[in-house]
Ligand binder design. Sequence first.
Ligand code: GLY
Ligand code: MN
Ligand code: MN
Length: 467
Amino acid sequence: MTRPPYAGTRYPKLTETPAFTEYIATGWGTGPVPATPVPGAPEAAAAHRDRLSARLPGETIAVAAGTAPVRNDDNDYAFRADSSFTWLTGAQIEGAVLVMAPRPGGHDARLFMPPPFRPGDTGFFANAAHGELWVGASPGLPEWADALGLAVAPLADLDGLDLTGALATATQAAALGLEPSPLLDRRLSQLRMVKDDWEIAQLREAVDATVAGFAAVAAEIPHAIADGLGERWLQGTFDRHARTFGNGTGYTTIVGSGPHAPTLHWVRCDGPVLPDEVLLLDMGVEARSLYTADVTRTLPASGTFNPRQREVHDLVEQAHRAGLAQIKPGIEYLDFHYAAMEVIATGLHDWGLLPVSVDEALSPEGQQHRRYLACGIGHHLGLDVHDCSKAEYEDYMGAELEPGVVMTVEPGLYFHANDLTVPPELRGIGVRLEDDVLVTDTGSEVLSAALPIDAEGIETWTKAQQS
Ligand code: GLY
Ligand code: MN
Ligand code: MN
């Protein structure tokens, strides 16, 4: 090896080496890099901006896409745009900021974005986050303007804008040097609750891809058992499916076998898949538009529930059906919760597991049955898995359901492996049954109905995926 003459004194910095910077700036062919939003997204976003504009007349609104969190040095976590930014623009553009400036009768929307670094820019070779040599070619301002039907300006122009008093979302306000505005978060949550036809189509796509992902995972169960690959193999199977057929997962994939099934968010997934135990799978594909599904089924790993597992599943199914039956326009959001909880409390009482009467348990001062179901049993679903969570009680829990709302129904029973209040044969059984449900004009539609909810149907379906 020949050491260069400068070895030991300096290492050449490419940005300070004129011969290099001049040479790398030239000799590149140019080609268009089209912006390719999900079809229909720009039109849906324009309608969303109009709705927000009507709710916040006279206010300046600033919504940032955010930036990828740094993992180490110039290695970032994957970028995923702020959901409200995507709802209002139809795109994910790292570092971009949407500003809606008030004018008489509405707002003027303008998107400020960092221009991609092209040949001739230092960043082309020196910026690991946006340089074409590092991350590939990205669409520029005219391409995004054309694709989104929005005025687009360089991010640097934002400095010339007076955003004093502008409303910004809590998650992104600091990046804009603004105070977070609970009002904007609340308005966005309120507006995002009722989905339009395009959004419903996106949610259908996410749910359909999720159902296919469940099939892919079920098919791998024998392999995971026989070769000792464990919960991780199944988690990885779903994650690969989600990344291939969507943007990724809408939340961290939960795969809990046996004593892990009662752990509500078992994402560690470092255990084996036990052949005689139940396997709780809570998994959701996030579509390329970023709308996500959130579905849970609890399968018998062997293909057949034992009598005790079946009994628990049957009670959860009964609660699930009671919850689903409530869902229609005009009922209060929490009615499905009360209906499902009544079934759970009654069932637990019949099994001798409640230290008090059903009425006492269901009273606000009681809630003893929640020992075995400590989480909520549903939530809005959309761009976020727990969508619209910045809404106030009267917008959400206490509000009436409207057509276009999409929500989950997900009762469960979770008997922890070391819960001494339950008989040993129940310990380590966890069952959740989670569907994604659209409120229609006359009632509801279960978007995830392609997956069975009854124990026998689940057994048949599980075996079918493995044959
Ligand atoms: N997967 C998270 C939830 O069910 O809410
Ligand atoms: Mn859920
Ligand atoms: Mn879930």
